[in-house]
Design a protein around this ligand. Structure first.
Ligand SMILES: Nc1ncnc2c1ncn2[C@@H]1O[C@H](COP(=O)(O)OP(=O)(O)OP(=O)(O)O)[C@@H](O)[C@H]1O
Ligand SMILES: [Mg+2]
Length: 414
């Protein structure tokens, strides 16, 4: 009896022409648990050679790559799967058990909203038609529907509910959906019942804080939808009009499992991520940008800086991978954290100046002194940047962040 699953074909929207091609084929040997990926002969014969994951799946024709993690699913395919929120929807819609293989989620999540430039299907050739995502005009209805879904209420708009249930591919724990506004795609995340503070407002103000401080952070807009529900809308960096951009998560770059156990956490590290970026061809400035982002997270107290909250994307003009803009940067609303989730330097998670600068050379600085000078200037920029965005926050959050900033700047300054 064969134990090899039916092949799942992997499609890629070409970064140059926008055409969809079959880039490879995936099969799972259910007896051994080995998942195999192979670049498609048609892809090779067409002279195409983009790697869909430059760390774990370099472009090598005629080779079967065995997946080392995720029960046999390759990292970049895991990136194209939903996390807690999307999985919950798929479990409800298809009656999947919580123990279902990642592959089931990958196949059931739908291609219309999938992260990055990959899609999957059972046909050898990529499907010609791709579903449209909801437009911005429906923001109010979209929010009502997302909240009804998260609170397990019946549909407010049956056809929208259906569409959201079948487009559950995006990652993350919070309810979310994509809207299009002209050529731009945005991720929409509403306030939810368990939020102790206005998280969407805090996320918006923090993303803007990064931007006014001169860092590359995804743009955001804050809305009061329907009956005043707070909603943040985040510009998607993996979309450029109808073009989907190749993307890979920080977890894939680090070759680590996320979510994962304590043994995986040893490789969750900013300096290692900087080295991986360099290794896949990103310029030195991306290492420095990652250093700045780490400092930003330390200053604002964002300890939800896990490996899936970082990413790289392929730049078709420069023909190389670059660090993606920062996203999901949200200060811990309850406590001022003393540690970040990722290591700031080898084995060190503490929010402390010596931890920040110790491995600076691995980010691309010439020496520690250079990093110290950069850090001092950055801290000034962050303090000035806060003044520009403080007015976006409500009084309670403003007081909290003012205090946080004072404490952390005190801690990190010379
Ligand atoms: N601006 C963006 N552009 C492209 N993809 C994004 C963007 N923001 C988030 N994503 C993708 O969507 C996923 C979930 O988004 P996000 O991290 O904002 O959600 P979350 O539910 O708050 O996550 P978490 O579980 O980390 O709290 C991310 O892991 C990333 O893959
Ligand atoms: Mg996230």
């Amino acid at each position: 009896m064969t134990t090899i699953s039916k092949p799942l074909f992997i499609y890629l929207q070409r970064p140059d022409t926008g055409d969809w091609v079959t880039v490879g084929r995936y099969v799972l040997d259910t007896a051994s648990g080995n998942g195999l990926f192979r670049y498609a002969p048609s892809y090779v014969q067409a002279g195409l050679s983009w790697s869909i994951d430059p760390v774990n799946l370099p472009f090598v024709p005629d080779r079967d790559f065995i997946a080392p993690r995720y029960h046999g699913l390759h990292d970049v395919l895991r990136d194209a799967c939903p996390d807690a929120w999307g999985r919950l929807l798929i479990q409800r819609e298809h009656g999947l058990p919580t123990t279902a293989h990642d592959l089931r989620y990958l196949a059931l999540a739908g291609n219309a909203d999938r992260w990055g430039a990959l899609a999957v299907g059972s046909a050898k050739k990529p499907p010609a038609a791709h579903l449209a995502t909801p437009r911005l005009a429906q923001l109010d209805t979209l929010i009502q529907e997302l909240l009804a879904m998260s609170e397990r209420r019946g549909p407010v708009d049956a056809s929208l509910r259906k569409r959201l249930m079948t487009h559950a591919s995006l990652g993350g724990a919070r309810p979310k959906a994509t809207v299009r506004d002209g050529a731009a795609s945005w991720l929409v995340k509403p306030l939810i019942a368990t939020d102790t503070v206005d998280i969407p407002l805090l996320e918006h103000a923090t993303q803007q804080w990064g931007r006014v401080s001169g860092l590359d952070f995804a743009d955001t807009v804050h809305h009061r939808a329907g009956a005043g529900i707070s909603v943040v809308r985040v510009r998607r960096f993996d979309r450029d009009g109808a073009q989907r951009c190749m993307a890979i998560s920080g977890a894939s770059l680090l070759g680590t499992t996320y979510p994962g156990g304590a043994s995986d956490a040893s490789s969750w590290s900013y300096p290692r991520l900087a080295e991986e970026l360099k290794r896949i061809g990103a310029p030195r400035e991306d290492g420095i940008a990652l250093f700045a982002r780490m400092v930003f997270n330390a200053v604002v107290g964002n300890d939800d800086d896990h490996p899936r909250n970082h990413a790289a994307r392929y730049d078709p003009t420069e023909k190389r991978w670059r660090l993606a803009p920062a996203f999901d940067v949200v200060p811990n609303p309850d406590d001022t954290p003393g540690r970040l989730t990722m290591q700031l330097s080898q084995g060190r998670h503490e929010i402390a100046r010596d931890c920040i600068v110790r491995d600076a050379v691995r980010f691309g600085f010439g020496n520690i002194g250079e990093a110290e000078a950069y850090l001092d200037q950055l801290l000034v920029r962050l303090r000035e940047g806060y003044e520009q965005v403080a007015g976006l926050l409500d009084a309670g959050l403003r007081e909290k962040m003012q205090q946080r900033l004072r404490d952390n700047l005190g801690k990190l300054s010379r």
